[in-house]
Design a protein around this ligand. Structure first.
Ligand SMILES: *[C@@H]1O[C@H](CO)[C@@H](O)[C@H](O)[C@H]1NC(C)=O
Ligand SMILES: *[C@@H]1O[C@H](CO)[C@@H](O)[C@H](O)[C@H]1NC(C)=O
Ligand SMILES: *[C@@H]1O[C@H](CO)[C@@H](O)[C@H](O)[C@H]1NC(C)=O
Ligand SMILES: *[C@@H]1O[C@H](CO)[C@@H](O)[C@H](O)[C@H]1NC(C)=O
Ligand SMILES: *[C@@H]1O[C@H](CO)[C@@H](O)[C@H](O)[C@H]1NC(C)=O
Ligand SMILES: *[C@@H]1O[C@H](CO)[C@@H](O)[C@H](O)[C@H]1NC(C)=O
Ligand SMILES: *[C@@H]1O[C@H](CO)[C@@H](O)[C@H](O)[C@H]1NC(C)=O
Length: 703
């Protein structure tokens, strides 16, 4: 009680705290709150939320492997949402200890404490003065860029025996501007595009002046003769041996994440009518509006950029009669980037898992003001309702063709989100993401560099700039491949590389904006996530065997990712390598604004691979088996599985080459050669493209 009484007298605060050996600083800002205004009125009621420390967080990887690794006796035994919540919920002891401390203060009545449904939170509304006493702090109002007032403090305290049970107290030390600590310079202009950048470029056909029928193409059916310059669903099916789909099971509807960009049904119908004779041309997806997202739009609408169109073109033509669900995420002010929020998919994850809304991990609780959009959105045209939490079910397969550079998001933000993706894997979902389109760089202009590369202080931007969400080890990252014009579907593909500017020149289509000189499939190594065990052997082989890339200077990232580019290195040798797999991402012929166009990008690859996984899940459904869920461990040649392995599992541990290994091409950028495709896994095309019959046989053999 000495501590509390002393605290009431702010003059004595410093002395009192230094005397109080029972209290510790729980969180402290390294930089004072921006726009700090006046003290919060001492009688003002503030909503205090205490995030309780989750148990078992560190066991997430092993738990996921247990249900995802083909060598595990529990393969395929996914958990329910409730089981996942309780697995990571704080221990009863934690709830008990923190509650008792609150009640023991005599400032709070038992009935005032609300215990949140997902067990992660205690909520109490109390006068600011009581909160200040409890947490040994002073609350200030501060104003955000958007003119909203928020409450926060520069540091707060907890009793030592409570501190270990609490992740975070809100209001408290909030995350403000991202990334104050990095040693990487961000020069020049800040990009104005939305946080999640679609990955796609399109050009007008005719796109290949002087093209001649490749030798050997004459012997192919007419609709397969020019796949080297015009990719259609027929070409894709031929490349990967994908049969015409026949199933329609409600549990296997395929999900597509979209934001800002919105499809036009007219464009999709034109595509289906011309290139997908197996589907009625009016086939439309179900649209789920998350926090005010809207689709479809008219063909001439500027939100119809082609990104959503091509996702639907591919998914519908490959899996029809299976249905497709579009999650159209965020209202226009937020999705367009107008509100300057650089965050990525948190509001979407909130909408499909209510427990994520206020979930606390890695020192971050809930969405981040200033990074994630918040609802209701006061911007003009903003979504008027409150943020959607756990409103929707997530499909078994979700394809995301958006991304941004990892470094644009704070490490704890990304760790917390990736942890949620791990939980979705535990529940049997497969989350796929395209790997980016600028080789080893980010989007041109990103991070203040013309090429989208990173620079250590005082040198040119030559450091590779890894992508997110591809860096999350619980995502299946999909790179892109291509055929060359003189090749047919019977030739092996190469890594996708294409000079878009040259095409635009040839077609008099003018410059593409922003300048996209060179498209190359994204790949590399995360700075935030270490190499997961399931790919460690394959990544190790690549690093060891694939000279001359050994000569590419590297660095070894530290725990806080503050030494990017150390000693002249350009990539983190200790990072999670991506992509995991790949699929065709060039010369896709479709319609945009009612006009025929060719599209390029890893955006094409993710929905193709997602469709393949959907088809496999369907066949498993037919024989009474569950979804494949997180497929990476099954796709890698993971020989080092730590758990006990049953005999049957050993027998079915078969030839892992259920993918077509891509060994030609590279992903240069940032002034160097990038990485080169090679035998086995490589950070260009991953393990390779689908060999559907082999994949199907493999996954049908698993429990
Ligand atoms: C769509 O096409 C129409 C007709 O050609 C044109 O007027 C309009 O500007 C186009 N819209 C976009 C967004 O390009
Ligand atoms: C939100 O929508 C409701 C119903 O459309 C309307 O009455 C209300 O004024 C709106 N609120 C704001 C802040 O725009
Ligand atoms: C940095 O780039 C500029 C422009 O490309 C070039 O002129 C300069 O020599 C480069 N500096 C170093 C240290 O490589
Ligand atoms: C195809 O063209 C490439 C050059 O782009 C050339 O290296 C290769 O030999 C050609 N292949 C065939 C089969 O003509
Ligand atoms: C990482 O951050 C922690 C906590 O802020 C700090 O103690 C540690 O020194 C940092 N490590 C490096 C290598 O910067
Ligand atoms: C594997 O471990 C489980 C418990 O984790 C045990 O029940 C089972 O008997 C073990 N199987 C083998 C083959 O050792
Ligand atoms: C291999 O890739 C290179 C580009 O890196 C390309 O020029 C060449 O045509 C490809 N070769 C084959 C056989 O596909």
């Amino acid at each position: 009680m000495l501590w509390q009484r002393a605290l009431a007298n702010t003059v004595l605060l410093a002395v009192a705290l230094s005397l109080s050996i029972s209290h510790v600083v729980h969180e402290k800002r390294s930089v004072s709150l921006p726009h700090k205004r006046r003290r919060v009125d001492s009688d003002a009621i503030i909503p205090v939320r205490i995030g309780l420390r989750q148990s078992n967080l560190h066991t997430g990887y092993d738990r996921l492997m247990e249900v995802s690794h083909p060598g595990s006796v529990n393969y395929g035994k996914h958990l329910s949402k409730e089981e996942v919540h309780s697995l990571f919920a704080p221990a009863d002891e934690t709830i008990h200890i923190v509650k008792n401390w609150l009640l023991g203060s005599n400032l709070i009545q038992k009935q005032d404490i609300i215990h949140y449904e997902n067990k992660g939170w205690l909520a109490v509304d109390m006068p600011a003065k009581h909160a200040e006493t409890l947490f040994g702090t002073k609350y200030y109002e501060h104003e955000t860029k958007r003119g909203e007032l928020r409450i926060g403090c520069d540091q707060y305290h907890l009793p030592r025996h409570i501190s270990s049970h609490v992740d975070f107290v809100k209001p408290g030390v909030k995350l403000s501007a991202p990334l104050k600590k990095r040693e990487i310079e961000k020069r020049g202009s800040v990009r104005s595009s939305p946080g999640a950048i679609p990955r796609l470029s399109n050009i007008k056909p005719p796109h290949y002046p002087g093209w001649k029928l490749p030798s050997g193409a004459g012997a192919l059916p007419l609709d397969l003769q020019n796949c080297g310059v015009n990719i259609t669903p027929t070409c894709i099916k031929a490349l990967y041996d994908i049969p015409t789909a026949c199933h329609s099971q409600s549990e296997n509807a395929m999900g597509l994440f979209e934001t800002f960009d919105a499809f036009s049904q007219e464009d999709v119908s034109l595509f289906l009518g011309k290139f997908a004779s197996n589907t009625p041309s009016h086939t439309a997806p179900k649209v789920i509006s998350v926090d005010g997202g809207t689709a479809p739009v008219e063909p001439g609408n500027d939100r119809n950029g082609g990104e959503s169109n091509i996702d639907l073109d591919l998914a519908i033509s490959l899996i029809y009669p299976q249905s497709v669900i579009v999650y159209q995420v965020d209202d226009i002010p937020i999705a367009s980037g107008e509100t300057d929020t650089s965050g990525f998919i948190n509001t979407f994850l909130d909408s499909i898992d209510g427990s994520y809304c206020d979930y606390s991990a890695f020192g971050i609780t809930g969405d981040n003001p200033g990074i994630d959009g918040s609802y209701p959105d006061p911007f003009q045209g903003g979504f008027n309702g409150s943020r959607q939490c756990g409103t929707y079910e997530l499909t078994r397969v979700l394809s995301i063709s958006y991304g941004e550079t990892e470094i644009d998001l704070p490490k704890p933000y990304v760790e917390r989100q990736c942890n949620e993706i791990m939980k979705l894997g535990l529940q049997g979902h497969t989350i796929l993401s395209s790997s980016g389109d600028f080789g080893v760089a980010g989007f041109p202009g990103e991070d203040g560099d013309e090429r989208g590369c990173l620079s250590a202080q005082r040198s040119n931007a030559t450091i590779y700039n890894p992508d997110y969400p591809s860096g999350c080890p619980y995502i299946t990252s999909v790179g892109a491949t291509r055929l060359y014009p003189n090749q047919t579907v019977n030739d092996p593909e190469s890594a996708m590389q294409v000079d878009i500017a040259a095409f635009n020149f040839a077609t008099v289509d003018g410059p593409t904006s922003p300048p996209l000189h060179f498209f190359a499939t994204g790949g590399g190594f995360s700075n935030y996530f270490p190499t997961p065990l399931y790919q460690a052997q394959d990544v190790g082989q690549y690093l060891k065997n694939d000279l001359p890339f050994q000569s590419l200077p590297f660095y070894e990232i530290n725990a806080n990712a503050t030494n990017i580019g150390q000693n002249g290195g350009v990539y983190n040798r200790l990072g999670r390598g991506y992509p995991d797999v790949s699929a065709n991402g060039a010369f896709f012929l479709t319609f945009l604004n009612l006009t025929e166009r060719n599209f390029f990008g890893t955006s094409l690859a993710a929905p193709i691979f997602g469709s393949v996984v959907t088809l496999i899940n369907e066949e498993r459904s037919v024989i009474g088996k569950g979804s494949v869920g997180f497929i990476n461990p099954a796709l890698y040649k993971s020989k080092k599985f730590p758990r006990n392995v049953s005999k049957t599992a050993l027998l079915t541990r078969i030839d892992p080459s259920v993918l077509n290994d891509i060994t030609n091409g590279s992903n240069p950028n940032c002034g160097s050669q990038g990485f080169q495709a090679s035998e086995g896994w490589d950070p260009v095309t991953g393990l390779g493209t689908p060999n559907y019959p082999k994949m199907l046989q493999y996954f049908l053999s698993l429990p």
